[in-house]
Design a binder for this molecule. Structure first.
Ligand SMILES: NC(=O)c1ccc[n+]([C@@H]2O[C@H](COP(=O)([O-])OP(=O)(O)OC[C@H]3O[C@@H](n4cnc5c(N)ncnc54)[C@H](O)[C@@H]3O)[C@@H](O)[C@H]2O)c1
Length: 248
């Protein structure tokens, strides 16, 4: 167990019967030999810790999002390849019964080609009033990187990760900068440096497209919404819960 806050490392080690705890990963790798590590630091530190773990011969499960920049994500992938170790990310919705059920139908050819998709991860008033979620320096971004990433990954996974042609997007911080009702407490609008909503359109090289909406705060009807819609030649689907729409 490693935590820069040694008291927390000690608490968790004792709670889960872990024989060792340290205040830095350097100290851990110097003292013990490990097969695999799970990296759950704030986003900003994923790359540094993951690369150190891979260079120390460990397989790695890293929390989502992989990194706060494309360059860091690529460095992490390179380190995994160089060391011949497995690097995977905790984008766990892929393993859900809902996603696997839809995937079975896709693999059986029930959808034909899936040419479009819509990803929505929306909160009406859900700017977190705790943690580092509103701090771009540490978190790397707002709702898109925190919650949107789960459904974006789900949609891309179900579409078999087509190669991206281009992305067009816009982000806003109108509510975050103004202040208001938060989620479990209130945030400081003066220190709000992430987006409160993000809207995007992805065009893939195979001609398919994906619309994306993600928010911590947005003036909408529902309190929160989290889903993927797929539009195929022979059928469409909503993933959560899995419902398939076809002419059958
Ligand atoms: N997969 C999911 O659904 C899911 C859910 C929640 C959080 N997460 C991810 O988990 C990560 C952590 O989120 P959180 O909400 O638990 O954050 P947190 O701030 O509550 O906890 C992070 C912990 O990391 C420690 N830490 C900071 N820098 C460190 C370092 N260099 N080395 C060791 N420890 C360090 C902090 O002291 C803190 O205890 C984030 O990347 C987040 O996106 C994923």
């Amino acid at each position: 167990m490693v935590n820069v806050n040694i008291e927390r490392a000690k608490y968790m080690a004792e709670k889960f019967n872990i024989p060792y705890y340290f205040s830095s990963y350097e100290e851990m790798f110097k003292n013990i030999e490990l097969d695999a590590v799970s990296v759950c630091t704030p986003n900003k530190f994923h790359a540094e810790v993951v690369i150190a773990a891979l260079n120390n011969g460990c397989h790695v499960l890293c929390e989502k999002p992989p990194a706060t920049s494309k360059a860091d994500a690529e460095r992490m992938t390179e380190a995994a390849k160089k060391n011949g170790k497995m690097l995977t990310y905790n984008l766990h919705f892929r393993q859900s019964e809902e996603v696997q059920a839809v995937k079975n139908f896709i693999d059986a050819g029930e959808f034909g080609e899936i040419y479009a998709a819509r990803v929505q991860v929306l909160r009406r008033r859900g700017i977190p009033g705790w943690g580092v979620f509103t701090n771009k320096e540490i978190q790397g971004g707002g709702p898109l990187i925190d919650i949107g990433v789960h459904m974006l990954d789900t949609a891309l996974y179900l579409k078999d990760y087509p190669e991206v042609d281009y992305v067009s997007a816009a982000t806003y911080d109108r509510i975050g900068k103004r202040g208001g009702l938060g989620l479990m407490g209130s945030w400081d609008p003066a220190k709000f440096t992430v987006e409160d909503s993000a809207f995007g359109f992805i065009r893939f090289k195979n001609g398919a497209s994906l619309m994306l909406e993600s928010s911590f705060a947005l003036n909408i009807k529902d309190r929160s919404l989290m889903n993927v819609n797929l539009f195929g030649e022979k059928a469409g689907a909503t993933v959560f819960p899995p419902v398939i729409y076809s002419e059958k």
